[in-house]
Design a protein around this ligand. Structure first.
Ligand code: UDP
Ligand code: MG
Length: 309
């Protein structure tokens, strides 16, 4: 008998756990008919509410439900990694606890795995119910990423994915500390089938991603999967050297023809402030990569466990 593991990252999701379980178990009959057993891993990412208790309640009734609690909030990326490490299944699927990733899609997803795909990914084609400004920046992010990264990062891609053991092992072999799952999934390759669906709004509770958190996360994505900003910094350096060279020639010629060495103070101020701004900006880019490298060489664990059931 084969096994399917569902990994559910949870951060303050006490209201959603029971609903999620009920909804997920609706697929039980389908998988039984395929001779596939189920297991559920709730990864409690340092919740400050009763998420862990809710999972324990489920565990008492159903031993296929497992809990892994972190010592604090490590972020969804860490939860995904932990879930992959714990999952025993021949197939693994990630779902959000808020039912934004409908389990009812699983039979269709599984059909593609049987067809021979290594992984079945989902993307939402609408962003209904999301603030306009957030959608705008999200689109910008994907457009920029497409230009500057060789790794395919799909617009609207969710972390809702079903994958085979082979893909799971591939992802586990990427032990980087700065994790950007959307990029990692693309980086490992394999035959991926994309399914599309309309955005579903969260059932209960509220989103854990503030605009600022998303912004930082997008920088993570860029620095993890592209070095184009570094090339951009170098390009700016060359461009400004050329401009400076032209200005020097211009100044010498003007002095030779017209004299007047003292005028031009305002323009000098503008030039100095512009160039020092550009310099600090480029230094900042280098600093971002240095910071990532610094965190990476520390080789800290991606997550720490407090409790496992
Ligand atoms: N999540 C998590 N750790 C975090 C933030 C979120 O494990 O630090 C989980 C959360 O419980 C949910 C999923 O990641 O199951 C997606 O989060 P959310 O629904 O808040 O994001 P959105 O769907 O709004 O992008
Ligand atoms: Mg959500």
């Amino acid at each position: 008998m084969r096994l399917l593991s569902a990994v559910v990252p949870c951060y303050n999701e006490e209201e959603n756990i029971a609903d999620f379980y009920a909804e997920f178990m609706k697929t039980e009959n389908f998988f039984q008919s395929k001779d596939i057993a189920l297991e559920l891993w709730f990864i409690n990412d340092g919740s400050r509410d009763h998420t862990a208790d809710e999972v324990k309640k489920l565990n008492e009734k159903d031993k296929r439900v497992h809990l892994l609690s972190f010592s604090r909030n490590f972020g969804k990326e860490a939860a995904i990694y932990a879930g992959l490490e714990k999952a025993n299944g021949d197939y693994v699927v990630f779902l959000d606890a808020d039912l934004q990733d409908p389990p009812s899609l699983l039979p269709e997803m599984f059909a593609y795995i049987e067809e021979g795909y290594d992984s079945v990914a989902t993307r939402r084609v609408t962003r209904k119910g999301e603030p306009m400004i957030r959608s705008f920046f999200a689109r910008m992010f994907y457009r920029i990423m497409k230009k500057i990264s060789k790794t395919e990062i799909v617009d609207g891609a969710r972390d809702y994915r079903l994958m085979t053991r082979q893909v799971v092992e591939a992802i586990l072999s990427m032990k980087e500390y700065n994790r950007f799952a959307k990029g990692i999934f693309g980086w490992v390759g394999y035959e991926t089938k994309w399914l599309e669906y309309d955005n579903i709004e969260r059932k209960k509770g509220e989103t854990k991603w503030s605009f600022w958190k998303l912004f930082i996360y997008s920088l993570e994505g860029i620095t993890s999967f592209s070095t184009a900003p570094l090339a951009f910094a170098a390009f700016m350096g060359v461009a400004f050297c050329l401009a400076a060279f032209a200005l020097i020639i211009f100044t010498i010629v003007r002095k030779a023809l017209f004299g007047d060495p003292t005028s031009g103070w305002p323009s000098l101020v503008c030039i100095i402030s512009l160039i020092s701004g550009v310099q600090l900006f480029c230094l900042g880019i280098v600093g971002q990569y240095l910071a990532k490298t610094y965190m990476e060489v520390k080789r800290r664990p991606i997550y720490l466990v407090k409790e496992e059931i």
